[in-house]
Design a protein around this ligand. Structure first.
Ligand code: ZN
Length: 182
């Protein structure tokens, strides 16, 4: 798959850095427009449902997310709108934990069972530098937390309760009734 070779993998120190927020004039610049376009392309080529800028070596607070129910790689997920997220601020609305088998384009071949709060509010700027607020729950809440973690130097493996919750993805079918995130 194209796209994969552009994605930094776990072990690359850039993935552990904290990304910088952008000014509104930077967000509406041609440079940001090109970056957003590239992020969508890399994400689609790699078959992902979300991508954060540090994953392609850019330490800016930017992530893109789009859930696709037609995806062959993910079962039981619903389509979402396309989110272009700059400078996110996250607030937990429901601390109740929910777990999913998460995957990451920066951690190829593995899945990890991670529990995270089930409902959040996210304030961010979109690609037009407009202030947006979205309330997300269930699987989409996990996807947002996973992608926004990337902007602050975290990977899902940091959120595992036990190394026993880390598996090879070709064993995922041996685990019943779970969703998969990538
Ligand atoms: Zn990831």
């Amino acid at each position: 798959m194209l796209g994969h070779e552009l994605i930094l993998k776990m072990g690359n120190p850039i993935l552990r850095e904290v990304s910088k927020p952008l000014l509104k004039e930077e967000i509406v610049s041609d440079q940001s427009k090109d970056l957003v376009k590239k992020m969508w392309e890399v994400m689609e080529q790699a078959g992902g449902i979300g991508l954060a800028a540090p994953q392609i070596g850019v330490l800016k607070q930017l992530a893109v997310i789009r859930l696709d129910s037609d995806s062959e790689r993910y079962e039981n997920i619903e389509d979402s709108e396309e989110f272009v997220i700059f400078n996110p601020k996250l607030e937990v609305l429901d601390e109740t934990k929910q777990g999913f088998w998460e995957g990451c384009l920066s951690v190829p071949g593995l899945r990890g069972y991670v529990e995270r709060p089930r409902k959040l509010k996210i304030n961010y700027l979109n690609e037009k530098a407009e202030e947006k607020e979205v309330i997300v729950e269930d699987f989409l809440a996990t996807v947002f937390q996973h992608e926004l973690d990337h902007l602050f130097g975290f990977l899902y493996v940091d959120r595992l309760k036990s190394v026993k919750d880390l598996i090879f993805e070709n064993e995922i079918n041996n685990i019943p009734e779970e969703k998969i995130l990538d």
